[in-house]
Design a binder for this molecule. Sequence first.
Ligand SMILES: *[C@@H]1O[C@H](CO)[C@@H](O)[C@H](O)[C@H]1NC(C)=O
Ligand SMILES: *[C@@H]1O[C@H](CO)[C@@H](O)[C@H](O)[C@H]1NC(C)=O
Ligand SMILES: *[C@@H]1O[C@H](CO)[C@@H](O)[C@H](O)[C@H]1NC(C)=O
Ligand SMILES: *[C@@H]1O[C@H](CO)[C@@H](O)[C@H](O)[C@H]1NC(C)=O
Ligand SMILES: *[C@@H]1O[C@H](CO)[C@@H](O)[C@H](O)[C@H]1NC(C)=O
Ligand SMILES: *[C@@H]1O[C@H](CO)[C@@H](O)[C@H](O)[C@H]1NC(C)=O
Ligand SMILES: *[C@@H]1O[C@H](CO)[C@@H](O)[C@H](O)[C@H]1NC(C)=O
Length: 635
Amino acid sequence: MAAGVLLCVAVNLVCLSVCGNLVSGERSFSIDYKNNRFLKDGKPFQFISGSIHYSRVPQYYWKDRLMKMYMTGLNAVQVYVPWNFHETVQGVHNFTGDRDLEHFLDLANQTGLLVILRPGPYICAEWEMGGLPAWLLQKPNIVLRSADADYVQAVSNWLAVLLPKMKPWLYINGGNIITVQVENEYGSYFACDYNYMRHLRTLFRFLLGEDTVLFTTDGNTDKEMTCGSLEGLYATIDFGTDNNLTEAFKRQRRFEPRGPLVNSEFYTGWLDHWGDPHAVVNAQKVSRVLAEMLTMGANVNMYMFEGGTNFGYWNGADHDTRFRSVVTSYDYDAPLSEAGDPTEKLLAIRDVIKQFRDIPSGPMPPATPKFAYGFVTLKKVGNISDLLKTLSPLGPVESQYPLTFEEMKQYYGYVLYRTTLPRDLSEPTPLISPLNGVHDRAYVSVNGVFQGLLERDTVLVMNLTGQQGDTVDILVENMGRVNFGSKINDYKGLLSDLILGKDVLTNWKIYPLDIDGAIAGGWPHSNSQKSPPAPWKEPSLGPVFYRGTLQPNGLAWDTFLKLNEWTKGQVWINGVNLGRYWPARGPQQTLYVPGPLLSTTQPNNITVLELEGAPAHLRVLFMDRPQLNVTAGKS
Ligand SMILES: *[C@@H]1O[C@H](CO)[C@@H](O)[C@H](O)[C@H]1NC(C)=O
Ligand SMILES: *[C@@H]1O[C@H](CO)[C@@H](O)[C@H](O)[C@H]1NC(C)=O
Ligand SMILES: *[C@@H]1O[C@H](CO)[C@@H](O)[C@H](O)[C@H]1NC(C)=O
Ligand SMILES: *[C@@H]1O[C@H](CO)[C@@H](O)[C@H](O)[C@H]1NC(C)=O
Ligand SMILES: *[C@@H]1O[C@H](CO)[C@@H](O)[C@H](O)[C@H]1NC(C)=O
Ligand SMILES: *[C@@H]1O[C@H](CO)[C@@H](O)[C@H](O)[C@H]1NC(C)=O
Ligand SMILES: *[C@@H]1O[C@H](CO)[C@@H](O)[C@H](O)[C@H]1NC(C)=O
């Protein structure tokens, strides 16, 4: 058996290299313009696909999610590649662990799923800066997503790393990638720069070969389709349940008079922003419109099929009338829940697909088991000022005027800005962000006493009191860079001077904070013997670290962490950054904790950075179900 398999492989290899053209008829993927469809290996082909982002699902669950997609009757998955996830530091690439894209492609292939690859370089995706690395912003006036020479150089360098890795995975080369998208919804960007799109087309062709089906995707308006499409890239459209699909596909037809109908993003749900009501899309509507599209013979990708989680600092943000940050959960009300569980929506979609093709026999894999581990009481570790030696080992950068995160080369998380009061303030004196330059939230203390906060677009003034020479500590949080529209050059930190009364605050000490590095190194649990928790006094206000342990009970099941009555902050378990919590705004109330993060034998280390104020009980709760739909002041 084994020898036979080897022989087959060898023969195929010989054939591929020696008689390439002869066998290409056997393995091909192309557009049949005459009959308005795709052809796979010369036969008519229609994809029913679902989006899943490997960067939002822990690697150990990839296979589970893909299998559930396969069992729903999908024949393809659509996958974004977030550039900033792979090249966090310029020139340093990471394709291992949760970033192992080729392993993901391999699992999809083993599962029997084709792949629609969306390598960007911009992806939107409600992901930090739409997938662009923040180090691009080191050139102050860079015009992203245009023919700007520095931008194009960085893009070319990245694609020269990524696309050669993808080439062997193209369907025509023996892999499972059937089509590749160029850019993403480019027509909704202001630049409308055809030179940029032409450059990308040349690069993709050069790096992937002439025979790959390249396409674009744009929103359902003429302007978007006009600026986003380009000769030689097959133009597709995206729309959800509220659009008239006849009209939408007519629009695609105006840009592609012949060829298959394709909805590249059919919205099964929608995203949430902090403070907004939880978004849902009705399952009956989704199934009805899906059935209508399939009846027309259209190719459909459902966005999302499995949404997953914005772990760490990876959430994006929108900026239309004001800055609105995307929540940690990317559940999306998708057919598979954030934790990868089949929903009623999935079963309804499977019933629709059944009417059009045979779906794999056998049961849908069940939901993964969940466990309510119950309450854990945390202890105070200390505030940021107490911990600067640990969190900022290299110490501060001194600067007369504040520097941005980008100038500090710390792109994500939190940075501490420290100065002193220039004079006595016996009366409450306004601290003003006159140019709205706090990106995105600043937590302000004077001599260790929390005085309040400033928030981008909404809170531009607060009062301070104190004495000349008192220490002013301003912890600034990056809440995720804008991922859509013309404001994606979203610098973070203090972007402009703060004014206190009649003084401009100057002479800053700016501390980069490597909180994730410290926690990955075992802090604060490893040195808990050396430094016992600070004695309990009054409930602390302002940014404070807490820690606790969830005792192992032999189980490592998925669970949901609720920080009831906590205000806003960030949580880590066993060194992994689960993301932001903000129950005081909602709608998200629980954070998804993937079971495999938990140890069955060691104490599980919980670290919380609470930014505003913890409740007196200092408890957190591990529940067996999520709660994503409670918005403060809204129902
Ligand atoms: C690369 O990414 C993996 C998965 O997230 C991570 O475990 C690893 O530490 C990263 N490698 C480097 C060198 O940063
Ligand atoms: C994909 O899977 C098929 C079997 O389903 C296998 O023949 C093929 O070699 C796989 N391709 C790659 C690139 O692993
Ligand atoms: C969609 O638009 C077409 C015209 O293009 C119209 O005939 C049809 O009634 C519309 N459908 C719905 C559900 O509004
Ligand atoms: C931090 O806590 C220490 C006591 O542990 C206190 O002296 C100091 O004022 C606090 N600083 C801030 C900024 O809260
Ligand atoms: C600041 O203090 C003044 C004087 O007490 C008060 O009138 C004003 O409302 C305060 N402003 C804010 C933003 O708290
Ligand atoms: C939690 O921290 C303690 C102290 O550093 C360590 O011994 C233990 O292994 C950690 N637990 C896990 C699951 O990593
Ligand atoms: C919130 O979601 C739960 C199920 O996840 C549901 O039972 C409840 O009715 C929802 N509440 C609101 C206000 O939508």
